[in-house]
Design a protein around this ligand. Structure first.
Ligand code: NDP
Ligand code: 8X3
Length: 256
């Protein structure tokens, strides 16, 4: 991964942070994004000291098209040739039934998980085509395949990520660019804390009696796809804990 530039959205927590660690360890230069400037700086400092790798801090909200455009247009020659875009920023809020959903919260999920991902793709991929080099790795979800109670808006956004990934792969078929959709099942990160609007106790119950995946497990899979030889396109990976079978079929009987 030496000399590769990797842009990670949502890099300051969970899966994004684990990807940042993995790619830094492998010598890539990193562009770190999320909305939290202080967290980006702390992560950037930690990774550059530990791995002596180049880091660019690029805070913005992926929902804000103008801010995203300004940030990408501000990239200097050293940073503008992004090799790998990891579209990871995303979230779920609430477990409300579809008929009771808070429409503002639904907008946040749709604007982040679908429109933010599309904005980043639109801003980065034309340059990759010009350079005839690049890999777009979208973080989808098992939730894009199976709807579950109280999750329909989130599930719909991740179904959209699958279609945006498949569609982009078709649109880039005559180029050397690759598109990967990574679809994790349950991963213990800050994800469920956000889902339960900051209630950590409730979030912990999601993973009780079973061993969830970690951000590191997903980062290893993302790296596997990124490190495959140029003629190999890992199109889609569904991975989940051993005791999970669908989005909501989980065995909690195991002794973990
Ligand atoms: P975390 O909550 O731990 O991390 C989410 C990251 O996204 C944070 O860095 C957050 O930082 C950032 N983020 C959120 N909104 C925005 C925004 N508008 N603009 C820029 N950055 C943003 O969750 P995960 O690591 O679990 O989630 C990462 C991805 O993985 C998401 O797309 C999620 O849907 C997906 N996923 C998660 C699974 C799980 O079980 N955890 C399973 C399957 C998929 P900040 O809020 O500071 O901006
Ligand atoms: C997160 C996975 O199915 O637990 O994308 O909501 S799920």
């Amino acid at each position: 991964m030496k000399n590769k530039i990797v842009l990670i959205t949502g890099a300051t927590s969970g899966i994004g942070e684990a990807c940042a660690e993995k790619f830094a360890e492998q010598g890539a230069s990193l562009i770190l994004n999320s909305r939290n400037t202080a967290k980006i700086s702390a992560l950037g400092k930690r990774l550059s000291e530990k791995y002596k790798t180049n880091i660019l801090e690029l805070p913005f909200d992926v929902r804000d098209k103008a801010a995203a455009t300004k940030a990408i247009e501000s990239l200097t020659e050293q940073w503008e040739k992004v090799d790998i875009l990891i579209n990871n920023a995303g979230l779920v809020i609430g477990v409300d039934k579809e008929q009771n959903v808070n429409l503002e919260e639904a907008d946040v999920m749709i604007d982040t998980n679908i429109k933010g991902l599309l904005t980043m793709t639109r801003l980065i991929v034309p340059g990759m085509i010009q350079r005839q080099r690049g890999h777009i790795i979208n973080i989808g979800s098992i939730a894009g395949e199976y709807a579950y109670a109280g999750g329909s808006v989130y599930c719909a956004t991740k179904a959209a990520v699958k279609m945006l990934s498949d569609g982009l792969r078709i649109d880039l078929v005559d180029t050397p660019l690759r598109v990967t959709n990574i679809r994790p099942g349950m991963v213990e990160t800050n994800f469920s804390v956000i889902r339960f609007r900051g209630d950590k106790k409730k979030a912990d119950t999601v993973y009780q009696g079973m061993q969830p995946l970690t951000g590191k497990d997903i980062a290893e899979t993302v790296y596997f796809a990124a490190a495959a030889p140029a003629h190999v396109q890992i199109a889609d990976i569904l991975l989940m804990p051993t005791n999970q079978a669908t989005a909501n079929v989980v065995s909690r009987s195991s002794e973990y």
